[in-house]
Design a protein around this ligand. Structure first.
Ligand code: CTP
Ligand code: ZN
Length: 158
């Protein structure tokens, strides 16, 4: 088992965590959006460490990292961030060890993550209806109003 006592990212003092989830290789600058999509705000309970625009030891390019102590995120939760950060890895940490490492996968249907840009869509009315998009290649297809959006124009519900 690999130990975590190795060189911190780019010399930054962002400590290893004992238990929880590390979301690594987040697209540089997107850590705060990732947290918002996951519903994690300053007023929720988790202890967070966030590093933005740090150099990755492995790729030599910039990335963001989010460490969430004492909470193991489910695959369904983390896949919500796949559109903005398709190369993110999710590391589950128990007793300082990485016990699981998975990449994020863009889900077939995205629920409650993205806004429908059609003002007439029922998801933009006062009805308590979560948005639902079928993900087809680079496009999102609203399952309520058939609107199609390309992933470059996605607006997140945060
Ligand atoms: N990590 C942590 N606390 C631990 C163990 C690991 O915060 N107790 C973090 C590391 O800092 C790293 C991520 O979890 O950001 C993954 O750890 P590890 O697999 O050891 O790092 P790498 O081999 O660099 O991962 P990858 O190959 O996915 O880049
Ligand atoms: Zn719609």
């Amino acid at each position: 088992m690999k130990e975590s006592k190795k060189r911190p990212e780019n010399g930054l003092l962002i400590s290893p965590i004992q238990n929880g989830t590390v979301i690594d290789h987040i697209k540089a600058g997107e850590a705060l959006t990732v947290l918002k999509i996951l519903g994690i705000t300053g007023s929720t309970e988790e202890s967070l460490s966030i590093a933005t625009n740090v150099l990755s030891n492995t790729t030599g390019t910039k990335k963001d990292i989010v460490k969430i102590s004492d909470r193991e995120l489910s695959k369904g939760e983390v896949n919500k961030i796949a559109l903005i950060s398709p190369n993110a890895t999710i590391n589950i940490i128990r007793n300082y060890r990485v016990v699981e490492k998975v990449g994020v996968e863009i889900p077939d249907v995205l629920t409650g993550v993205v806004k429908c840009p059609n003002p007439g869509c029922i998801t933009n009315s006062n009805e308590p209806i979560e948005t639902k998009f079928e993900v087809v290649d680079e496009t999102l297809h609203c399952l309520y109003c058939d609107n199609i959006i390309t992933s470059d124009f996605v607006e997140y519900i945060v």
